[in-house]
Design a protein around this ligand. Structure first.
Ligand SMILES: N[C@@H](CCSC[C@H]1O[C@@H](n2cnc3c(=O)[nH]cnc32)[C@H](O)[C@@H]1O)C(=O)O
Ligand SMILES: [Zn+2]
Length: 430
């Protein structure tokens, strides 16, 4: 057994309290052996003047969209997707997706994110990037049927099933998968009725976008006479292992439905604000017992992949939405960006305790904006930034030490992504 001790820091425990302790990790099994005083390991990671937290978990992302970062801003969802994003995405090659995924994963490692859930295409390229970078991911191929003939629509749905089946368990088990109808309005009812049961037969959880904007809710209510999540349930979605991205415009009936089924919501506050989609009722969802995680969405609607930023945004917009400054408090946010996302995604991470996977981030507290240190949970949500992360560890392996990423070559990743983005936009505009 090879062990790693993360020493001299303060540790954020699963119950939300902070205590001075070392963390001892078995690097062979990738598990935490113990948290406590004076733990010696074969190797050491210094956490003096630092906070050791569970790695942050990004519950909803389109990681390769880093290539589209800053290319189309200041528009609502429909126009943004149809006029700007989809025409460029049509030109994306597998190599582009690989370059964008490596860039996104690099950014996430530098921000203490150790796991993410992704919706995209050319997924084997994303899996290769995940494997190399050493993070954990829940991947899948996202299928859309609107605007396609039947053969193309079917091929996309089949690919979503096939990719999820093939890649489950890849990268030594760090990759798991979901079946992914893009949303309730971009996949036709007949396809949902046929393919959702097929995903169930092979035991796949389902990740989809829902109730993101009123433009997406209204047509469903008009056509089916029920709320979108009632329709989702009717076509077999919303099992306990499923999770929906956004859940902005959900009414009381839908909140009850989520809490009865055990399906989770991934809240993406930055994307919701930037696209002016609306304010998710996060406090009400949590009070109803719904599992809520946090996600960045893609870098083109955020425009970064920092979960710490997302945490602060969640607290801020959660208070505005509830018109209550005590709503969505710091401890709730910390839970959402660790355990909440992890539970939604079906991963046993998000908790620093013996037996749990050793996925963690070490945050430098010796910073002007983190001084004085009255309350480290408050700091994590309201003051810390991705650039405060010193070390990142996933599955017991050190992915970043003193801000140096060990698994990806930072300069080369940046160069490849810039080059791919330049050529992509030349093709799209050509
Ligand atoms: N196979 C599909 C590709 C879908 S990938 C997932 C899609 O979600 C898109 N996307 C990114 N952010 C959002 C969002 O907030 N809501 C809905 N879709 C989004 C993203 O641009 C990408 O096109 C096809 O045939 O087009
Ligand atoms: Zn999305």
């Amino acid at each position: 057994m090879t062990t790693l001790s993360i020493t001299g820091g303060q540790v954020l425990l699963p119950d939300g309290t902070v205590t001075r302790a070392d963390v001892l990790v078995d690097q062979d099994s990738g598990e935490i052996l113990e948290t406590g005083a004076d733990l010696e390991g074969d190797a050491t990671l210094d956490a003096a003047d630092s906070l050791v937290t569970p790695g942050f978990v990004n519950g909803h992302c389109h990681v390769a969209m880093t290539l589209l970062r800053g290319a189309a801003d200041d528009k609502p969802l429909d126009a943004w997707l149809q006029e700007d994003i989809w025409p460029v995405e049509a030109e994306l090659t597998p190599e582009d997706v690989r370059a964008g995924a490596e860039l996104g994963i690099l950014e996430m490692i530098k921000g203490g994110v150790t796991a993410f859930s992704d919706m995209y295409f050319h997924v084997p390229e994303i899996a290769t990037a995940v494997e190399k970078a050493g993070v954990r991911a829940v991947l899948g191929h996202t299928a859309i049927t609107i605007g396609k003939d039947e053969a193309d629509a079917r091929a996309d749905m089949e690919e979503s099933l096939a990719v999820a089946t093939d890649l489950d368990g890849a990268a030594d088990g760090r990759i798991s998968t979901t079946f992914q109808p893009h949303s309730l309005t971009t996949v036709g009812e007949e396809y949902l009725r046929e393919y959702v049961p097929r995903a169930r037969e092979v035991g796949l959880p389902i990740h989809f976008h829902a109730n993101e904007t009123t433009n997406e809710v209204d047509p469903i209510v008009e056509e089916h006479g029920v709320r979108p999540l009632e329709y989702a349930r009717d076509v077999g979605l919303l099992e306990a292992e499923d999770f929906v991205a956004h859940g902005v415009h959900v009414d009381g009936t839908e909140i009850d439905l989520l809490s009865e089924t055990g399906a989770s919501v991934i809240h993406c506050p930055a994307s919701n604000m930037k696209l002016a989609s609306g304010m998710a009722p996060v406090q009400r969802l949590r009070e109803a017992g719904v599992t809520v995680g946090l996600g960045t969405d893609g870098a083109a609607s955020n425009n970064d992949l920092s979960l710490l930023d997302e945490g602060r945004d969640a607290a801020m917009i959660g208070k505005l939405a509830a018109e209550d400054a005590s709503a969505v408090p710091a401890d709730a946010v910390v839970e959402m960006l660790t355990q909440g996302s992890a539970d939604a995604m079906g991963l046993p991470v998000g908790r620093l305790e013996a037996g749990a996977p050793a996925d963690l981030a070490v945050i430098d507290l010796e910073r002007p904006h983190l001084t004085p240190a009255h309350d480290l949970v408050s700091h994590l949500v309201y003051a810390a930034a991705a650039s405060d992360v010193r070390h990142t560890v996933c599955d017991g392996q050190v992915l970043m030490r003193d801000r140096e990423v060990t698994t990806l070559e930072e300069d080369a990743v940046l160069e490849r992504a810039s080059e791919a983005a330049t050529q992509l936009f030349e093709r799209a505009e050509g």
